[in-house]
Design a protein around this ligand. Structure first.
Ligand code: PEP
Ligand code: MN
Length: 280
């Protein structure tokens, strides 16, 4: 039988459950993430245009999303694919925030990008590919904005937690963990969503854990069922890709929901959350 480890302990780590700081809370412009609220981060994979961003932000806000996502710097597998608007897109994201009031999360892949986005973004995203980028983790720990740390697609739970510890060790404990699927032999989906990571992480750390069914599955049809499952497993929130016209998206359109699909998902999610709060 394949060996597996359940021995990893977090007692001596800053992020360990036993070492939860008093009144620990991650406050994002008044939205508190600390085990009570369920947060929904939604928006396109990449920022493309003013109209795309504003229409999507308005639609997701109307359906109940709390945070708007859009990448300016995209870690694309092929160098020939759309790599994002880069610095030019900063003004567009500022406009979205101004017009909708939604907090913004965006990814930084390098120290330079971190400096650029940490001034205005409300949450800094460190993506799956950079979970092992220790200089980036250290720099994210030295600045004050909350960090969303995505699980590396071949990272164990131990490695994910130790990556978070890198950030915390520099003074920033405002870290949200994100299960976004890992690479397995299963090839029907883009990755395999490791839902057991959610309750396991909750036993090991006080950091909030969210689920990203878009990158986990790569398929629009699977986003709803896996979002509902993530919520039922005790996740603190979701990150879902939504696009004003998924068929024409410059990246990840096949795993992006339309406005209508997102609205339906939110209705169902609210029911699950309510049922979990009132089990009778
Ligand atoms: C993303 O969320 O934009 C992204 C690139 O995801 P991941 O890092 O999980 O691949
Ligand atoms: Mn994407």
């Amino acid at each position: 039988m394949r060996k597996y480890s359940t021995k990893f302990k977090t007692k001596n780590l800053l992020i360990g459950l036993d070492n939860k700081p008093k009144n620990f809370v991650i406050d994002i412009n008044g939205i508190k993430i600390a085990g009570k609220n369920f947060i929904v981060i939604a928006g396109p994979c990449a920022a493309e245009s003013k109209n795309q961003l504003l229409s999507t932000a308005r639609a997701v806000k109307k359906s109940g999303a709390n945070v708007f996502r859009a990448g300016l710097f995209k870690p694309r597998t092929s160098p020939y694919n759309f790599g994002g608007l880069g610095e030019k897109g900063l003004e567009l994201l500022k406009l979205v925030k101004e017009q909708t009031g939604l907090p913004i999360i965006t990814e930084a892949m390098s120290l330079e990008q971190l400096n650029l986005v940490s001034d205005f973004a409300d949450i800094i995203q460190i993506g799956s590919r950079n979970m092992y980028n220790y200089p980036l983790l250290i720099a994210a720990g030295k600045q004050k904005k909350p960090v969303l740390l995505k699980r590396g697609f071949s990272a164990t739970i131990e490695e994910l937690l130790l990556a978070a510890e890198y950030i915390a060790s520099q003074g920033n404990k405002k870290i949200i963990l994100c299960e976004r699927g890992i690479r397995t032999f299963a090839d029907y989906t883009r990755n395999t969503l490791d839902l057991s990571a959610v309750p396991i992480l909750k036993k090991l750390t006080y950091l909030p854990v969210i689920v990203d069914p878009s990158h986990a599955t790569g398929q629009r049809e699977l986003i709803e069922p896996l979002s509902l499952a993530g919520a039922a497993c005790g996740a603190d929130g979701l990150m879902v890709e939504v696009h004003n016209c998924p068929e024409k998206a410059l990246s990840d359109g096949q795993q992006s929901l339309s406005f209508k699909e997102f609205k339906r998902l939110m209705k169902k999610i609210k029911k699950i959350i309510k049922a979990l709060k009132n089990p009778k």
